[in-house]
Design a protein around this ligand. Sequence first.
Ligand code: NDP
Length: 295
Amino acid sequence: MGAKIISGTEVARAIRAELKQEVAELQAKHGVTPGLVTILVGDDPASQSYVAAKNKTAKELGVYSEQITLPVDTSEAELLQLVEKCNRNAKINGILVQLPLPKHINEAKVLYAIDPNKDVDGFHPVNVGKMVLGQQCFLPCTPHGILELLKRSGINTTGAEVVIVGRSNIVGKPIANLMLQKREAGNATITLCHTRTRDLAAHTRRADIIIAAAGTPNMLSAEMVKDGVVVIDVGVNRIGTSASGKAILAGDVDFTAVKEKASWITPVPGGVGPMTITMLMKNTVWAAARAAGIS
Ligand code: NDP
């Protein structure tokens, strides 16, 4: 059996078209322009390209965006001051501090400093707590994007055995939490695996849905999955550089082999990646509407 491909590129395009319309309406009816600031400390090339992509998408949707790049030796106090300034800036509805931060800066302290009402990454403990309680809040972008991919592909998660590989705060833990909630793209039975899991394949082989978020290329092989499985590959692994100097990317899944057994599968690139940025924009537009008392 050949799997149907879940194109994150196409789903993201559809959501971006909806958002563009929403932004135009916010502007026309309420005079509100959503605003996003991205803050990058240092010159890590991967982070630079993520931030550039976020700003480009914001502009395409009509979202006001500011990109602030600080030198790698910026102190924690200076960064906290900047975050405070952005918290007070009425033009800014969403604040994104690109991670990872240089080692001398306490990441948790910086994330806590962001106004939870502008925390469009959904990493502030207030939003994490609300998410766990099933209350309305900014959902973290990658897990939110995965939910949308499942919903818009018509994949039924109710009662499904979902195996998640990876327990990070930004992907594994939140997607586990969201998919067990009583809601659309939820109601699943969750198993969360990691490097200390005794027999990973024993778990993945009985899964109806596998979410691979390990950051280990080709970690999930065809022998580890059952026929008809749905596979969401979150991994983005740089496995080399092309002749033109572009990074060659691979997911966590042996795509060529696994797609022969799966019913649905996301590719890398073009799967979860485009959704992450799109959900950031969705959160930013919602933040602006909320700040204006419209939503
Ligand atoms: P982390 O490194 O923070 O976490 C990886 C998790 O996977 C850890 O819990 C680790 O276990 C587990 N793990 C790693 N290798 C194995 C293995 N062989 N078997 C079982 N468990 C394993 O990564 P992130 O969650 O931040 O990211 C995961 C991947 O997703 C990365 O490739 C990243 O680039 C990508 N990503 C993609 C995004 C997108 O938009 N497409 C957004 C965010 C991330 P342990 O805890 O025991 O160490």
